[in-house]
Design a protein around this ligand. Sequence first.
Ligand code: NAD
Ligand code: ZN
Ligand code: ZN
Length: 387
Amino acid sequence: MKAAVFHKIGDISVDNVDDPKIEKPDDIVLKVTTTAICGSDLHIYDGFVPQLRDMVLGHEFMGIVEEVGPEVTRVKKGDRVVVPFTIACGQCFFCQQGFHPSCEHTNPEHYGPEGDLLKGKGGGMFGYTDLYGGYNGGQAEYVRVPHANVGPKIIPDGLSDEQVVFLTDIFPTGWSAVKWGKVKPGDTVVIFGSGPVGLMAQKAAWLNGAERVIAVDPLEYRLEKARTVNKVDTLNAGEDDLREKIYAMTNGRGADVAIDAVGMEANRSVGEKLKAVFNAEKGTSKVIEMCTEAVRRNGIVSVVGVYASPYDNFPIHRIFDKGLIMQFGQAQTHVYIDECFEMVRSGKVVLDDIITHRLPLSQASEAYDMFKHKTDDCVKVVLKPEL
Ligand code: NAD
Ligand code: ZN
Ligand code: ZN
């Protein structure tokens, strides 16, 4: 089959690879109909999350069940499903508490006896390096889905792929960010990053009763997208008096909740952007720092942007002084997918209005290049194996 294969930093090509097979009795093999590129994929592309051998990329995908293992009861051949991006057993200590991204049974590399040093590193993810279990991903014609009685969600006819494909990751991620922020009616939420994840967090903030949503991004075309599709207020991240502007919009107090939907994207997009996000003199993440500034005292900072390296000068003094609550991590897609699906089904939210590019899988390499460099006003790319 054809698949987008990561070889080394900046080097992705669509290659012929072996077809996936049923390996465990509760596996399925899915024929992928739609898949997307995520900001998280770019961290692998850029080498921030290292991968030393070839691997099929892609953790955002959906498709038709092609083959089922003997113990699969939840889906059958021919079902159309969307699949959460983290792989989870559904049974272990963490899964039982809804923390599927910490699943103890999907990353043997890190939980086996010889993996003790890395114990606690995290669960499994599709197409997300050997650090997350080494599973091949879904930017491919076919993908093996382990623990198929736990993750896949059946999608009824009548909803197009594009309407629901973001249930795999970015909508539940925006939703998790908002839930972690305990957003409630009347709240003001400031969201750093207006890429796909930020845009989904904006939608989730409205749906959870926010009174005001402020999007911050250095890219004017992405702020324009935010204004058009989500009717939020916007501020350019490059403005000198950003903090004052946020205070002026929040009774001089700061936002109730600040969300980081940027993460390491920061230093990928070319030199000048690196300066925009990383506070070079202090060696810290400027976005985390801005979140702690922009939020009011006793507010919540919710971080879904991915960080994979340590930063000095974490603003611990401000976090203490302001009495902040902070939560970080991979989204709880398994927990929120039903609620998020219901929002789509009932028409309370539209997700596909952020798609700017639809390309055949065969053009994955060009698509990564465009999404990374944010050319052609690219916001979200979907890839179709059959185009
Ligand atoms: P993206 O790269 O398209 O978007 C990031 C946005 O941040 C861009 O629009 C960029 O211009 C903006 N930005 C850069 N510097 C900024 C600054 N100083 N202030 C405000 N905005 C700034 O990526 P994406 O797909 O939207 O993903 C965003 C982040 O979310 C990534 O780190 C990704 O890995 C992460 N992510 C996390 C989860 C999770 O489960 N926690 C799931 C999906 C994605
Ligand atoms: Zn993703
Ligand atoms: Zn588990």
